[in-house]
Design a protein around this ligand. Structure first.
Ligand code: FE2
Length: 328
């Protein structure tokens, strides 16, 4: 495990001292990155844009050779790469897939992945993968089940795992704790890192009528390694995490709060449907700098009520697409 090198971050407004190297599991602050999608391969290879880093969907490259793997290795030679998976199924009752873990580990070595992330969810049962990121009941039994599996995965990968809060559309009668409590206990008991998807917090807060700002204030900030930003679809009665447009202002305001609380970590924009030209994608994540620059003056009153659908989103019915995995 990485040693503490004595670098301290002092949060003036919060009067909190965070030991940076230890608290971020030794991971660097990579800056503002975007998800690597095949639609942009040619543009990236030709123009080598000045983007800070790329996140890849692990499953798109684990079994593939040919052009996707060639392009990835070219990009990995120039840019930092982070691996983001959608099939770990850490909350499932199926046995962990050791072959999958071996492939994750091998790919991480090839691209020098800065870290490996996945989601607090399950994606299949009885040997079948549903390809959706499904929520798990939030109680002591499921917590201990998840903790045991995270420890196995971390031992196998020989590195800390980074796990993301999901967007969700249902809750369980068997849940006995809030999601932020579950995630906090999970991180404390496993020493894993957290990927805070700010848009997911907003989407779930509207769908389940909780306070998004309270959620973000309640998680262990020193465990947060990375942020996700994305657009979503407003169906009026609920929000769906579609990753198909610009980040709306209430999410940017929550991002500004999260930036202030953490002191700033690597930030990644996800855009998986109606994918725009690369310069548009890149410009969207660069907007984060405006909110970072204003983070010291964040006013909790500026964070809107989370149970009101945003007027900035279109009321477009959309199938429940949680994440896009590109065909190989
Ligand atoms: Fe995400």
């Amino acid at each position: 495990m990485m040693g503490f090198v004595g670098v301290l971050l002092f949060h003036q407004s919060l009067k909190t001292v965070i030991p940076m190297a230890e608290s971020r599991l030794g991971h660097p602050h990579l800056g503002l990155g975007v998800g690597l999608r095949s639609a942009h391969y040619s543009h990236i290879l030709e123009h080598q844009p000045d983007v800070d880093w790329f996140e890849i969907i692990s499953e798109n490259y684990m079994d593939s050779g040919g052009r996707p793997r060639y392009v990835l290795e070219q990009i990995a030679n120039r840019y930092p790469i982070v691996m983001h998976g959608v099939s770990l199924s850490i909350g499932s009752t199926d046995p962990l897939n050791i072959d999958y873990l071996d492939k994750l580990k091998a790919l991480a070595n090839v691209v020098n992945a800065r870290w490996i992330s996945d989601h607090v969810c399950w994606t299949g049962v009885a040997g079948r993968n549903g390809h959706d990121l499904l929520p798990i009941p939030l109680n002591e039994e499921s917590l201990q089940h998840t903790v045991r599996r995270i420890n196995i995965v971390q031992d196998h990968l020989e590195r800390p795992l980074v796990l993301e809060n999901p967007s969700s559309y249902v809750t369980f009668a068997d849940s006995t704790m809030e999601e932020w409590e579950f995630i906090s206990h999970m991180a404390d008991e496993t020493n894993c890192g957290l990927l805070l998807d700010v848009n997911n917090v907003y989407v779930s807060s509207v769908n389940h009528d909780f306070d998004a700002e309270h959620y973000i204030r309640s998680i262990p900030w020193d465990r947060v390694v990375q942020f996700h930003l994305a657009g979503h679809t407003n169906c009026r009665t609920h929000l769906i995490d579609t990753h198909d447009g610009e980040v709306i202002d209430p999410v940017w305001q929550l991002y500004r709060l999260a930036h202030e609380l953490t002191g700033g970590v690597s930030t990644l924009l996800e855009w998986d449907a109606s994918i725009p030209p690369f310069p548009v994608l890149h410009a969207e994540v660069l907007k984060a700098q405006k909110y970072i620059d204003g983070s010291q003056s964040v006013d909790s009153a500026a964070v809107p009520e989370s149970n009101e659908p945003s007027p900035n989103s279109e009321a477009v019915p959309h199938p429940a697409v949680y994440v896009s995995v590109e065909a190989e």
